[in-house]
Write a protein that binds this ligand. Structure first.
Ligand code: C2E
Ligand code: CA
Ligand code: CA
Length: 874
């Protein structure tokens, strides 16, 4: 084993020779050197030496004889070389080599073979082999480098949590997708590579439009940058932030799209959660502010709903109060979408009610917030239809827990599913807690308020509330003709009741008194209890003091004095009253109460049932009431009498009618004229009886005259507005006439204002009256405001021109003009015209000239009693 070195300008080539004949080896060596190769050689002819050389000589080239004298041979050497150094060229150089063996050698990996007698081929063969080795080496290095890069890239890509993908435009298809797809999309990269349509298929239907639009943009060379949702095979959703850039070919056409998809689900859900929590915080602080500000439950409920919708962006909010007796929740405030819908209806929270098992009932019974995060799937939702119809997907029921248990619920609906997680519920429970706290304090305040303003025993307003109410009435009355009256009442023997029957009976009596007063006063006034047995009333009114006195006497005092049974005892407790009236008797409530009490004390001292604080009023009222009482007996005692005044035909001077005028022959007052008592009769309603009397009396007088063989002319009877308003006025009138057939003609006189008050009603009444043969005259014509054209439509026979026009006619051209016009108009309407109050010949002459039909007045006769009139009749 000798290594010989041949120097050359190329690289040193290590040549291992397997040769038993040194000459042959030399020949080869010379041949190589001749070609200028720098070589170092080792020659071996045994297997151990060969194997050793493979190890330590590390040849670049092996040149081997085919057959060796030892047990060793060329093919074995080849096999060993292929095993040990597969890349080293192995060339057989042999004297003889059969075709068969050559093929065998090549199959087993020999590089080539050269016959010993053709050694000139050796160098080209070697050079080619070495070149191939070099190329193979270079390729392998390149391959190794590429493989290394590829491996590194792959490991980088697969370590990315983002999905990297590459997509071919035409034909469309996925070229590459990183392993993260498995994790993000829940599908293998193989799935994507196999089906190109999966790229769009995984996108959430709602986001598909935006996705396709963005993809189209990138196909046209733009950039893809979009957040969208994908749906995984298990149905869960993920938020993806996708970014893509187009890759172009040399011609600039987009051929590929490379993209990166990042799972941003947790960021998105966090954002949403933070937004939700922010919304709830806004609701919480808004409601806290409202709690401080509001004092009224209903207002608070409504504000809670408003804030939930406007600031919390809930879709629907409603508040229900729990009826503890029926276990029903009644909505009391609501706001938002579909708030009129069935799902805010009244419902039962009791466990055995059909819907009581629902979320609402659960919240009420468990006293805990209940969240339904998907109405479609939650078994606690009976029929989600109504909610779904309004896009309401989740809701929470927050019980309002006040000191005496659950008092109601706040229900909030959101458009999203899974809106209410633990954090939200905790905030919302705080919210419900704050509302409940506010309700508690409102309840307490209300109780205190009630105690502060109401008398605990009777429930009537106490002194401060009474002052307040009177103050309000005074404020309302200012600038109007309204008066405010304060009445102080005294139960004269209340102290005795307390002392003899005990406090319990006294209390019962006071309660009964309160009830009776409320009943007597009704809606028209306020009843209060200022102290033990001091009740007060207040009225806001525009009635006269006499009406007030009447109300007090006939209703209030009468009610108080009616016997009452307390503890089995019949009690009769006389009451007294004092009245003060704003503004005359005091500017403010306190002064009015003081003065009413002063008046009450005077009443008690003087023994009268009630007194006004203003003395002159007492006299006036007393006088009026006295007159009233006397009039009441006047009818009964037959103190009324009809006087008659004649009506004369102006053309002939003959009597053509009588007017019945009432007089009152009072035993104490003497002859009283109607002007003094008709208004009182009208105020008290006594006019109905007196009016009926007048009509029948006129008929009776006429009958009496006829009985004496006289022929009385038609008699006009005055009728009051009150009478005309009676629904049975016409019947009454006709009946009175039928009772006295053959008495002659009786007419009625009505004033124009009475008729104008109700033209239509009057019209039908008058027609019926006239149909019964009763004539109708309009009295005092000209004093009202009616137009003749109105009256033209009514069945009127006679117009009586008021005496004020007749009196002025001679001196005032305007009055004369009016009288002239009225006469001619009345004539054109076929009415008979009567001039009233004719006192002078001058007036009579003028009226005759104006063709007035009849006249009535002192010129012809004063009103006279029936027997005197009889003398003038023929
Ligand atoms: P009247 O219906 O306008 O009656 C005419 C009034 O004028 C009568 O007053 C009569 O005495 C008075 N009088 C008649 N001629 C003259 C005159 O030449 N000069 C002056 N200055 N006065 C004259 P009297 O009787 O005091 O009645 C007053 C009013 O009382 C009547 O006005 C009528 O409205 C009402 N009245 C009278 N009797 C009744 C009755 O029975 N029922 C109703 N409801 N009212 C009646
Ligand atoms: Ca009259
Ligand atoms: Ca008259």
């Amino acid at each position: 084993m000798i290594d010989t070195t041949v120097a050359s300008d190329g690289a040193l080539l290590r040549v291992l020779m397997v040769e038993d004949a040194p000459a042959d080896a030399e020949l080869c060596e010379r041949e190589l050197k001749r070609a200028g190769l720098r070589i170092v050689t080792r020659c071996v002819d045994t297997r151990p030496a060969y194997e050793q050389a493979l190890d330590d000589f590390m040849p670049d080239l092996i040149i081997s004889d085919f057959s060796l004298p030892t047990a060793f041979d060329g093919l074995t050497a080849l096999d060993l070389a292929r095993m040990h150094s597969p890349d080293v060229p192995f060339v057989f150089v042999s004297g003889t080599i059969g075709e068969e063996r050559a093929v065998e050698a090549m199959k087993r990996g020999a590089t080539d073979y050269v016959l010993k007698d053709r050694l000139n081929r050796l160098v080209p063969v070697i050079e080619r082999a070495l070149h191939e080795v070099e190329e193979r080496h270079a390729r392998r290095v390149a391959e190794e480098e590429l493989g290394e890069t590829q491996r590194r890239l792959n490991s980088i890509l697969s370590s990315l949590s983002d999905v990297v993908s590459s997509y071919a435009v035409a034909p469309p298809g996925m070229l590459y997708m990183s392993e993260a797809a498995e994790n993000v999309y829940g599908r293998s990269t193989a799935d994507f590579l196999a089906s190109p349509e999966l790229r769009v298929g995984i996108v959430h239907p709602e986001d598909r439009g935006a996705y396709e639009a963005a993809w189209q943009k990138v196909l046209e060379g733009g950039r893809f940058d979009l957040e969208y949702r994908v749906v995984r095979p298990d149905g869960t959703e993920r938020w993806i932030h996708g970014r893509g850039t187009p890759a172009r070919d040399a011609g600039g056409a987009v051929v590929r799209i490379d993209s990166l998809a990042r799972d941003v689900t947790s960021r998105r859900t966090n954002e949403e959660r933070i937004a939700r929590l922010t919304r709830i915080q806004a609701v919480l602080s808004g409601i806290n502010a409202a709690i401080v500000r509001l004092k009224d439950k209903q207002q608070l409920y409504e504000e809670v709903c408003r804030i939930a919708i406007e600031e919390g962006q809930f879709q629907l909010a409603w508040v229900g109060e729990l009826d503890k007796a029926t276990h029903e929740v009644n909505p009391v405030a609501r706001r938002g979408v579909g708030d009129s819908h069935a799902h805010v209806g009244k419902r039962s929270a009791s466990a055995d009610a059909p819907r009581g098992g629902g979320a609402l009932g659960l919240a009420v019974r468990s006293q805990q917030a209940v969240a339904v995060n998907d109405v479609r799937t939650d078994p606690r939702v009976g029929k989600p239809g109504a909610a779904l119809a309004h896009g309401l997907l989740s809701f929470a029921v927050l019980p309002l827990i006040t000191e005496d248990g659950v008092s109601g619920v706040v229900v909030l609906y959101a458009a999203e599913t899974d809106f209410f997680d633990a954090d939200e519920l905790r905030l919302l429970s705080d919210l419900a807690g704050n509302i409940s706290f506010a309700l508690d304090s409102m309840n307490k305040a209300a109780k205190l308020d009630h105690l502060a303003y109401y008398d605990a025993l009777t429930g009537l307003p106490n002194r401060s509330l009474f002052y307040d109410r009177v103050g309000q009435s005074i404020a309302r009355a200012s600038g109007t003709d309204q008066k405010v009256a304060v009445v102080a009442l005294d139960l004269e023997r209340f102290r005795t009741v307390n002392e003899t029957l005990g406090v319990a009976a006294g209390d019962a009596f006071l309660k009964r008194t309160a009830e009776r007063l409320l009943n007597a006063v009704g809606e028209g006034g306020t009843v209060a209890r200022l102290s033990a047995d001091r009740f007060t009333l207040s009225f806001s009114h525009s009635m006269g003091e006499v009406d007030l006195a009447r109300l007090l006497q006939d209703r209030v005092l009468a009610a108080l004095e009616a016997p009452v049974s307390i503890g089995g005892q019949e009690l009769c407790v006389p009451a007294k009253a004092g009245i003060a009236i704003h503004p005359a008797d005091g500017a403010a409530a306190e002064a009015l109460v003081l003065n009413a009490e002063a008046a009450l004390n005077s009443a008690k001292r003087s023994g009268t049932r009630f007194l006004f604080y203003a003395r002159q009023m007492n006299a006036r009222v007393a006088e009026k009431l006295k007159l009233e009482n006397e009039l009441r007996s006047a009818l009964r005692d037959n103190q009324f009498i009809l006087y008659y005044q004649t009506r004369v035909a102006l053309a002939t001077g003959k009597v053509c009618g009588l007017e019945a005028l009432i007089r009152w022959r009072s035993p104490t007052r003497g002859m009283v004229m109607p002007g003094e008592f008709i208004p009182v009769l009208e105020e008290t309603g006594m006019i109905l009886d007196v009016g009926r009397w007048a009509f029948t009396q006129a008929a009776a007088d006429a009958a009496a005259w006829r009985g004496k063989g006289l022929t009385p002319p038609p008699i006009g009877v005055n009728v009051s507005a009150i009478q005309l308003k009676q629904p049975n006025f016409v019947e009454d009138m006709i009946k009175a006439m039928q009772d006295r057939t053959g008495v002659g003609k009786i007419d009625i006189e009505l004033t124009e204002s009475m008729i104008m008050e109700d033209v239509q009603g009057s019209g039908s009444k008058l027609s019926a009256i006239r149909a019964a043969g009763i004539g109708i005259a309009i009295d005092d014509f000209g004093t009202g405001y009616s137009s003749l054209s109105y009256l033209a439509r009514l069945p009127i026979d006679t117009l009586k021109i008021d005496q004020s026009f007749i009196r002025e006619m001679n001196t005032s051209p305007e009055h004369l003009a009016i009288v002239t016009t009225v006469i001619s108009l009345a004539h054109s309407l076929k009415m008979n015209v009567v001039a009233e109050g004719v006192e002078t010949e001058e007036q009579a002459g003028l009226l005759r000239l104006l063709r007035c039909d009849e006249a009535q007045g002192y010129l012809y006769s004063r009103p006279q009693p029936p027997d005197v009139v009889a003398g003038t009749l023929s």
